[in-house]
Write a protein that binds this ligand. Structure first.
Ligand code: KIV
Ligand code: NA
Length: 278
């Protein structure tokens, strides 16, 4: 498949073809995301913090860690458009810091665009980044980087005031130049309405079936771990079971001496050489 561009994403939205986005965190997960022509976007999500690095929250992830992982994802990515999350704290100190950090993600991390969590209050940052040619994917609704400030991970926009706020955020960030928008954990009616009001594609996660596309975390959709499963997650495979069975079978075979097999899995000296060696 030809390389996906922002124009490709616009065309998909225009033709009402649902856009597919998956997260990746390193070279093998990037290869997996590139293994079917049906994927459109690979996101180096800052969920990297929890699913790969063992942190308890995305707020602990540094820019250097993200750059290191993004570069590995880029080496394994073929056709999908590749976007990385700007980690917590890397785009709020000033617009020049935001530009410098986004440029680092593009130059060292080799991504084609950056994703920023936030509402209308980050309008000026999104405008500056897009003005200098850095493609920005916005992220509204539930903002995991603010879980501490918001006292947890909660569905957003369930009340009239809440829904108005999320809609206002989305419209403001589109006007600021965002090329697409993740809409996380909002009622499906709101996901549908925001999608109708925007010209740019919406990528939903827990936002119902009517957004322009969907995104899930790699480990959630493949079942590589047994942690908390949000309501919006569907498991399309159970990798953890297959993987843990494989490790157990290997350890058992070593313990009981059946691995390695002397005929099939071991080398032998050339003919007669062992006798001469002894
Ligand atoms: O970090 C992440 O994985 C994300 C997606 C779930 C949208 O931001
Ligand atoms: Na994220």
């Amino acid at each position: 498949r030809k390389k996906v561009t922002i124009q490709t994403l616009r065309n998909l939205r225009q033709s009402k073809t649902p856009i597919t986005m998956v997260t990746a965190y390193d070279y093998p997960t990037a290869l997996a995301c590139s293994s079917t022509p049906l994927t459109d976007i690979t996101l180096v999500g800052d969920s990297l913090a929890q699913v790969c690095l063992g942190y308890s929250s995305t707020t602990q992830l540094t820019l250097s860690e993200m750059v290191h992982h993004a570069a590995a994802v880029a080496r394994g990515t073929t056709h999908p458009f590749i976007v990385a999350d700007m980690p917590f704290g890397t785009y709020c100190t000033s617009t020049s810091d935001a530009i410098r950090n986004a440029v680092r993600l593009m130059q060292e991390g080799r991504v084609e665009g950056v994703k920023l969590e936030g509402g209308a209050e980050i309008e000026h940052v999104v405008r500056r980044l897009t003005d200098v040619g850095i493609p920005v994917m916005a992220h509204v609704g539930l903002l995991p980087q603010r879980h501490a400030a918001l006292s947890g991970y909660k569905v957003q926009g369930r009340s009239v005031d809440g829904a108005r706020k999320v809609l206002h955020d989305a419209l403001t960030l589109e006007a600021a130049g965002a090329f697409a928008m993740v809409v996380e954990a909002v009622p499906q009616e709101l996901g549908k309405y925001i999608t109708e009001r925007l010209k740019v594609p919406t990528i939903g996660i827990g936002a119902g079936p009517h957004t322009s596309g969907q995104v899930l975390v790699y480990d959630d959709l493949l079942g590589t771990w047994s942690g908390h499963k949000a309501k919006f997650v569907r498991r399309f495979a159970n990798i953890k079971e297959v993987r843990d069975n494989g490790i157990e079978a290997y350890a058992k075979a070593v313990r009981d001496g059946t691995f390695p097999d002397p005929q099939k899995e071991s080398y032998s000296m050339e003919n007669g050489e062992w006798e001469r060696f002894m």
